[in-house]
Design a protein around this ligand. Structure first.
Ligand SMILES: *Cc1c(COP(=O)(O)O)cnc(C)c1O
Length: 404
């Protein structure tokens, strides 16, 4: 076989559409919560592929599921159903409020399906003016034109106008402001239980409870975007159970496939009827390869060992980060749930989140940002204690450098 061509970080700048600015090294291998670059340098992975690799890298059970399915059947298209997709649907239904599932390939697509469902439901009821969507400032729902418009960060949408209309944004966690715009013309309210990309900002329980009541009063569909909070990230399978507020539609992706692209929209029997044959679809959605992997992932995550382990790991992170912050006070707040943790930088370090993660890379640890002023950690849900300790020690060295 021909030797693969040599590639370097420079190749990215030479050949790739420049929508990303990746780190200046290339990772080639991962195992558990460690990854290695082309030069063999090791890193502790506290990012998990942006809250995706919930079982770390190359988990043996998940890898075995992928390999087994890969030798059987990869893809059929939705004119033919398959066993793994039906089994995964049943797993999701049995573990949540949902009665029905629609599979797709990403978080954005799951939200796109949810918003389309809500619009069509109102229209089917004969209410053509009930098409308004309420969303929140700073929210992130994906990058398709509809979902980026529902997102509350105009910097991501403004260059693509004209944008889909009928979407209103109000401040997150401000129930009074939401109550002013939610009315009988509202078909959907979409919200993240914890705003992830927006800075790891948890919703107040009263806010989500209030949205539930407003949606009930005005017959609007309440959509929880659990693409980031889902699949064990907060220490529960989905965050809605912690809040005690049940949505009408829940979207999930990221950790669902642990790195294999898959997304899903979960809903009730009544709402599912809206999307009848031919009204929506996707070529790859629910293909046997993706759903076999997700089925294996689900079986591992939806256990008390893993979910309780997330709560324990949350404490390890909090203890370690608080200790770092005592020595080098750079965080004004450490917040989030489970293994979705955001560290808000103080005024003195505002805007330096990216620089901190770059120094962290140099010290051998991978962390994320959530906006310019927040360092975010979304590691594997089963990261070993030793890796947490070692990664935090490396992170502390990066913090020491930014403070010197
Ligand atoms: C990542 C994310 C999305 C988008 O998911 P993609 O798979 O990138 O399309 C949507 N909503 C939330 C809350 C996310 O964190």
């Amino acid at each position: 076989m021909e030797q693969p061509i040599a590639v370097t970080r420079q190749s990215f700048d030479d050949w790739m559409v420049p929508v990303y600015a990746p780190a200046d090294f290339i990772l080639v291998r991962g195992e558990g919560s460690q990854v290695w670059d082309q030069q063999g340098k090791s890193y502790i992975d506290f990012a998990g592929g942006i809250a995706v690799n919930a079982l770390g890298h190359a988990h043996p059970v998940v890898t075995a599921a992928l390999v087994e399915q890969a030798s059987k059947l990869w893809h059929l298209g939705n004119g033919y159903t398959n066993e793994p997709v039906l089994r995964l649907a049943k797993q999701l239904i049995d573990a949540t409020f949902a009665d029905k599932v629609f599979f797709c390939n990403s978080g954005a697509e799951a939200n796109e399906a949810a918003l389309k469902l809500a619009r069509k439901r109102a229209l089917d009821q004969g209410n053509s003016s009930k098409n308004q969507i309420v969303a929140f400032n700073n929210a992130f729902h994906g990058r398709t034109l509809f979902t980026v418009s529902a997102g509350g960060q105009p910097k991501y949408s403004k260059d693509f106008a004209p944008l889909p209309g009928g979407i209103t944004h109000t401040p997150f966690n401000d129930l009074a402001a939401a109550a002013e715009v939610i009315n009988d013309h509202t078909c959907a309210v979409i919200v993240e239980p914890i705003q992830g990309e927006g800075g790891v900002l948890p919703a107040d329980p009263a806010f989500l409870q209030g949205l539930r009541e407003l949606c009930d009063r005005h017959d609007a569909v309440l959509i929880f975007d659990e693409v980031q909070t889902g699949m064990g990230r907060t220490g529960e399978l989905y965050a809605y159970t912690q809040y005690g507020v049940v949505p009408d539609v829940l979207t999930t992706a990221k950790a669902l496939g642990c790195g294999f692209p898959i997304g899903a929209m979960l809903t009730t029997d009544e709402l599912a009827k809206t999307l009848g044959v031919g009204t929506h679809g996707t070529t790859y959605g629910g293909n046997p390869l993706a759903t076999a992997v997700a089925g294996a992932v689900f079986s591992i995550i939806n256990t008390p060992e893993v979910l309780d382990g997330v709560k324990q790991r949350h404490q390890w992170f909090l203890d370690g980060l608080n200790k770092i912050n005592q020595q080098y006070p750079i965080f004004s707040e450490i917040r989030g749930g489970g293994l979705l943790i955001g560290c808000q930088l103080t005024q003195d370090y505002a805007g330096k989140a990216k620089q901190i993660t770059q120094l962290a890379n140099e010290e051998g640890v991978i962390a994320l940002i959530a906006g310019p002023d927040v360092v975010r950690f979304t590691p594997s849900l089963i990261i070993p204690e030793q890796d947490v300790k070692e990664g935090l020690a490396r992170f502390a060295r990066a913090v020491a450098r930014i403070c010197s």
